[in-house]
Design a protein around this ligand. Structure first.
Ligand SMILES: [Mg+2]
Length: 255
């Protein structure tokens, strides 16, 4: 079982908005920041910029969009302020821990597959209480390969000792995560948190919350070895209205 981190387990948009507030006093320009981030992060993932340079250049481009030109020193100072505020606000989605608890209790091996620099992402994992949750961390900054390259998915499968067809990958990006995983021979699950109306392509499943993942694994993906169809029940719709959504009930199924 593989999971993405940003905007899948961790509410990256919320912490980024708080970072933007630290930068300009409000988050009214969030659409501009997000667009600027998309452009610059793509260049980082493609290897055109290192992470620190990408962050600085993004901040410079954001202010340039409003007509303000920043010196190198000023761009760096503002980015440091934004980054500190954002990191202080890192937090998981409410459905992340119950889902991870269920997956662990079900005996599934867990890997992270994430496009980010090593130290930055390891700090994020540690600060949000996820250290020790995963059997392996597959981080693009360590491999020099990023999603949706099939090789990063295959590296994760290898780290779990499983063949691609035995592994499910869940992430918030249809293209990078779900389709990337499917193209690499895994089962791709698109976490469509926004509930965007979209029919997922063949070979890709869609959920709108991690609370739906246990039921998907048990009821719709029973072919995947290691998925707990025998001794761990998927939560029912009634369970999902309870605070302990998605928590396993060991032995609740008879057969
Ligand atoms: Mg993501």
């Amino acid at each position: 079982m593989c999971l993405d981190i940003d905007d899948t387990l961790l509410d990256n948009a919320a912490s980024s908005r708080l970072g933007l507030r630290a930068l300009i006093g409000n988050d009214a320009a969030w659409p501009v920041w997000r667009h600027t981030t998309e452009e610059h992060y793509e260049r980082y993932v493609a290897g055109e910029l290192d992470f620190a340079t990408m962050c600085r250049e993004r901040t410079r481009a954001f202010f340039a969009a409003f007509g303000e030109r920043l010196s190198d020193a000023e761009a760096a100072a503002r980015e440091d302020r934004r980054m500190a505020a954002m990191q202080a606000a890192w937090c998981l989605f409410d459905d992340a821990v119950p889902c991870l608890d269920w997956l662990r209790a079900a005996g599934l091996q867990l890997a992270v597959i994430t496009n980010a620099p090593s130290a930055y992402q390891r700090k994020k994992i540690s600060r949000t209480g996820l250290a020790g949750v995963f059997d392996s961390l597959v981080i693009s900054g360590e491999l020099g390969i990023a999603k949706p390259d099939p090789r990063i998915f295959h590296a994760a499968c290898e780290s779990l000792g499983a063949a691609p067809h035995e592994v499910v990958h869940v992430g918030d990006r249809l293209d990078t995560d779900a389709l990337g995983a499917a193209d690499a021979g895994l089962h791709g699950v698109w976490l469509n948190r926004g509930g965007t109306e979209h029919t997922p392509p063949d070979g890709v499943s869609m959920i709108t919350s991690l609370a739906e993942l246990p039921e998907l694994l048990v009821c719709e993906l029973p072919f995947a070895p290691g998925i707990p169809g025998q001794n761990v029940a998927a939560p029912t719709p009634a369970d999902r209205s309870q605070p302990d959504i998605g928590r396993p009930r060991l032995g609740a199924l008879s057969g």
